[in-house]
Design a binder for this molecule. Structure first.
Ligand code: ADP
Ligand code: MG
Length: 696
C-alpha cells in the first residue's frame, strides 16, 4: 500500500499532468492508491438491453441496441451540436453531441448495430441521450456482467472526463498491478470466508457478476470498519493502562445524607443502576470516560449531582458544563438548593458573570470552598483553576467540540473523571464508531407517572382547529409553547415569521398573556420573558428554538411546532421533550405545509409513531447519513469511510468490532509477528490523520 500511495497518478498510462491535475482537484485522487480506492457508487447490469418502446418516466442509465438512422448538424461554432436519430425497431430516440461532432460523424456509421449506454432525459415528452457511450455490437463477444458507475463532477464531465474514463483508468491500473498484497492476516480471511484483497479490488471495479460484487463489497467494508475499530480499541487499551484516575474509594456523608434525607423522590431503577456504574468506574483507580444517554426528562441531572457528591466525599471538586446560559442557570437553580442541604457550596460561572463575582469564584475554586462549579464554556477558560478537580460532567455533549473537552483535562495534574451526558441518543453503531472508547450507560426508564406525549401532524389549512384545541387546553389552565424555525440565511424573515405568529396568537387569545423569546434578544430581556412563562404569569410562549434545551415547565402541556418540515428529527424530539413533564396528558402538534416531499412526510410520521429517542436517532441516521449527525463532524468520522455506511452496515461493524477486540485483547500493542501486517497498515492509514480518538 505504501508503494501504491507513493506512485503519482500522473504516471499512469492515459493520465498525464493535465488529467492528474483534474483528478487531484476534482476527486482528491493523487496516487495509484487513491485511484484504486475510488469505488463505483453503483452498478448497472450490462446484460439487460432496454427497448425504446418501454421507456417511461424518469429513467436510470440504460443500454439500447440498434442503429443510427440519420445525423443532423445544428448551429455554428461554439454552439454547434449534432443530433442523431437512433432506432432499435421498437421506437426511436434522439442522441445529442455538443462537441467532437466531426469525429462522431466520421466514426459512426448508419447500417451498423451499436450498443449505446447513457442516461435518457425527458424534455417536452421526448427522450434524448447526450454523449452516450457507444460500442459496435459484437454478437459473440462475452458481455461483462456489471459495469460500475463512478461519481464525476460537473467540471470533469465538461471536459469529457466521464465515469467511463475513470473505468478505463481503473482497468489500466489493475492490469499494471501485480497481486495486491493483502492487509488482513490469513486467519481472519479464512475464518470469515473473505475473498482476498486483490480479488476484492479487482471485482469492485469490474465485477463479473452480482455474487462476486457482494463478496468484494463485504470484504472492503469490513477492512474499513475493522481498521477503524482496531485504531480506537488499541488506543483505548493503551490509555486505560497509562491513565491512572483519581481513586474515589468511598461514599461518605455528603452522598449518604443526600440519599437518605434530601432526595425528593425515589430514584428509578435505571438511575440507580447508572449511579452504581459510575461509582464502580470512579472507585477503580482508572480514569472514567463514560457516556450517559437518557431521553429528555429521564432524570440525568440527579445522576450527575449524586456522582458529584461522591467526588466531594473523597476530597475533590466537581464541575458541570452546559451548552447554554439558560441551561447552566437552570442547573444552578436546582442543584445549588439541593446541595446546600448537605453543606456543599455551588457557584455559577457564565459569560455574563460580572468581573467582581468572577474573582470571588476564582478564589473560592482555588481555596476549595466551592465544591461544585456550574457553567457554560466559561468554566474552561484558562484562568479558571481548581484546588482539586476530580469530576467533570458535560451536559448535552454534542454541542461541545472535541477541543473544548480536551481543555478540561488540563485542570488538574491527572485528568479528572469525565461523565458526558446526552439526550440525543446516539445509535449504537454510531456510538461504537465515534465514541468507541467511551463506556456507555443508558437510562432507559422515565420517572413514574409520566404519560407519553401524543404527537399529531396537522397541515397549515387546519390551523383554526388547532387553535380551538389550544383554547381548550388554556381553559384547563395549561400552558402552551409555539416554536418557529430559524433559518439563519435570512434572519429578518425569520423574525417576521415569529412576530407575525405572535400577533396572530395575541389576537386569537386576547384574554391570555403571551411572551415572545428569540435569539436576537439581550440575555436579560430573554430571561425576563422566559421567567414570565416559567412562573406561569404568561400562558403562551412564542419562541424560536432557543427553548430547545433547558426549560422545564411541568404545567406546559402543548408544544406546537410551526414549519415542522424544516426541522431535523432529533431536533423535533428535543422540542417535544419540553412537554410531558407533568402529570397531565401532553400533546405535540407538528404544523407543516401540505406541500412536502415523501421523505419529509416520512420523517414527520416517524415522530407521530414513536416517542422512543433511540428509534428516532436510528431513523435520523438513515435519513441524513452519518456525516450530518451532530457529533460526527468534529470527530472526523466522515474521513475514511469510502464504502462502509454506519447507518446500514451495522452487522459488518459488529463483526469488525468483535474481531478487532479479540486481537487487541490478546496483543494490545500488535507486536506479535503475525500482527505486523496490522500494525503497519494501521500506521499507513492513520499517519496523515489527526488521531481523533485521542480525545473523547
Ligand atoms: P434530563 O434527563 O432531561 O436532564 P432532568 O434531569 O431535567 O431530565 O429531569 C426531569 C425532571 O424529572 C426533573 O423535574 C426532575 O426533578 C425529575 N426527576 C428526576 N428523577 C426523578 C425520579 N426518580 N422520580 C421523579 N422525578 C424525577
Ligand atoms: Mg438535562
Amino acid at each position: 500500500m505504501n508503494e501504491l500511495a507513493r506512485m503519482d497518478v500522473k504516471y499512469l498510462k492515459g493520465v498525464g499532468p493535465a488529467r492528474a491535475d483534474l483528478l487531484a482537484k476534482q476527486l482528491d485522487i493523487h496516487s495509484y492508491y487513491d485511484l484504486l480506492y475510488y469505488f463505483p457508487f453503483r452498478y448497472i447490469d450490462r446484460r439487460t438491453i432496454y427497448h425504446i418502446a418501454d421507456m417511461e418516466g424518469d429513467m436510470p442509465y440504460i443500454q439500447l441496441k440498434g442503429r443510427f438512422v440519420t445525423f443532423t448538424p445544428h448551429g455554428e461554432g461554439a454552439r454547434r451540436r449534432l443530433n442523431g436519430l437512433f432506432s432499435d425497431g421498437t421506437g426511436t430516440i434522439e442522441i445529442v453531441w455538443f462537441n467532437h461532432t466531426r469525429q462522431i460523424i466520421e466514426s459512426i456509421h448508419t447500417g451498423v448495430d451499436y450498443i449505446i449506454f447513457g442516461r435518457p432525459s425527458l424534455f417536452n415528452g421526448h427522450y434524448s441521450i447526450a454523449h452516450p457511450e457507444i460500442e459496435v455490437f459484437k454478437p459473440d463477444a462475452p458481455r461483462q456482467g456489471l459495469r460500475g458507475i463512478y461519481n464525476v463532477t460537473e467540471v470533469l464531465r465538461n471536459r469529457s472526463f466521464t465515469s467511463r474514463t475513470i473505468q478505463r483508468l481503473e482497468e489500466t491500473l489493475l492490469a499494471s498491478l501485480k497481486t495486491v498484497t493483502d492487509i488482513l492476516p490469513p486467519e481472519i480471511i479464512v475464518k470469515n470466508h473473505f475473498i482476498s484483497l486483490d480479488e476484492a479490488l479487482r471485482s469492485i471495479h469490474c465485477p463479473a457478476d452480482v455474487q462476486i460484487l457482494q463478496k468484494a463489497q463485504l470484504r472492503l467494508k469490513f477492512d474499513e470498519l475493522f481498521y477503524l475499530q482496531l485504531n480506537i480499541l488499541k488506543y483505548t487499551k493503551a490509555r486505560s493502562k497509562r491513565l491512572n484516575g483519581f481513586l474515589f474509594a468511598h461514599v461518605g456523608t455528603h452522598f449518604n445524607d443526600f440519599f437518605y434525607h434530601v432526595l425528593p423522590f425515589p430514584l428509578t431503577g435505571a438511575q440507580k443502576r447508572v449511579i452504581k456504574e459510575i461509582r464502580g468506574d470512579m472507585g477503580s483507580g482508572r480514569q472514567m470516560n463514560r457516556l450517559l444517554q437518557g431521553d429528555v426528562g429521564s432524570g440525568k441531572t440527579m445522576v450527575a449531582l449524586m456522582s458529584m457528591l461522591i467526588a466531594i466525599d473523597n476530597g475533590y471538586q466537581a464541575c458541570i458544563m452546559a451548552p447554554t446560559e439558560i441551561l447552566a442557570t437552570q442547573h444552578y437553580e436546582n442543584i445549588s438548593v439541593e446541595a446546600a442541604k448537605v453543606g456543599v457550596a455551588v457557584a455559577l460561572l457564565t459569560g455574563s458573570t460580572s468581573k467582581k463575582k468572577r474573582e470571588i469564584i476564582h478564589a473560592g475554586l482555588v481555596d476549595g470552598s466551592i465544591g461544585i462549579l456550574i457553567g457554560t464554556h466559561a468554566v474552561i477558560e484558562d484562568n479558571v483553576q481548581f484546588r482539586n478537580l476530580g469530576l467533570v460532567v458535560i451536559d448535552e455533549q454534542h454541542r461541545f467540540g472535541v477541543a473544548q473537552r480536551a481543555k478540561l483535562w488540563q485542570k488538574n495534574v491527572n485528568p479528572p473523571h469525565v461523565l458526558v451526558m446526552t439526550a440525543t441518543p446516539i445509535p449504537r453503531t454510531l456510538a461504537m464508531t465515534v465514541y468507541g472508547d467511551l463506556d456507555v450507560s443508558v437510562i432507559d426508564e422515565l420517572p413514574p407517572g409520566r404519560k407519553p406525549v401524543q404527537t399529531l401532524l396537522r397541515y397549515d389549512n387546519h390551523r383554526e382547529r388547532v387553535y380551538r384545541f389550544i383554547g381548550s387546553q388554556l381553559a384547563l389552565g395549561r400552558q402552551i409553547y409555539i416554536v418557529y424555525p430559524l433559518i439563519e440565511e435570512n434572519e429578518k424573515l425569520d423574525l417576521k415569521n415569529l412576530t407575525d405568529g405572535y400577533d396572530l396568537v395575541c389576537q386569537t387569545f386576547p384574554s391570555y398573556t403571551v411572551t415572545m423569546v428569540h435569539g436576537k434578544m439581550k440575555p436579560a430581556e430573554k430571561d425576563a420573558h422566559m421567567q414570565l412563562f416559567v412562573s406561569g404569569k404568561a400562558q403562551i410562549m412564542v419562541a424560536t428554538t432557543v427553548i430547545e434545551v433547558g426549560v422545564n415547565v411541568p404545567n406546559a402541556s402543548v408544544m406546537i411546532i410551526e414549519n415542522a418540515e424544516r426541522f431535523g428529527l432529533s431536533q423535533l424530539h428535543q422540542l417535544r421533550g419540553r412537554v410531558g413533564r407533568g402529570a397531565d396528558q401532553s400533546y405535540c402538534i407538528l404544523m407543516s405545509s401540505p406541500k412536502i416531499t415523501k421523505d419529509t412526510r416520512h420523517r414527520l410520521e416517524v415522530m407521530t409513531e414513536t416517542n422512543d429517542g433511540f428509534i428516532i436517532a436510528e431513523e435520523d441516521l438513515k435519513l441524513r447519513g452519518p456525516g450530518d449527525m451532530e457529533g460526527t463532524q468534529q470527530s472526523g468520522i466522515a474521513f475514511s469511510l469510502h464504502i462502509a455506511n454506519i447507518a446500514t452496515d451495522g452487522q459488518i461493524l459488529q463483526l469488525a468490532r468483535d474481531t478487532a477486540a479479540e486481537i487487541i485483547d490478546s496483543d494490545p500493542d500488535l507486536s506479535l509477528p503475525s500482527h505486523r501486517i496490522l500494525s503497519e497498515h494501521l500506521k499507513f492509514l492513520f499517519k496523515r490523520q489527526v488521531n481523533w480518538s485521542l480525545i473523547s
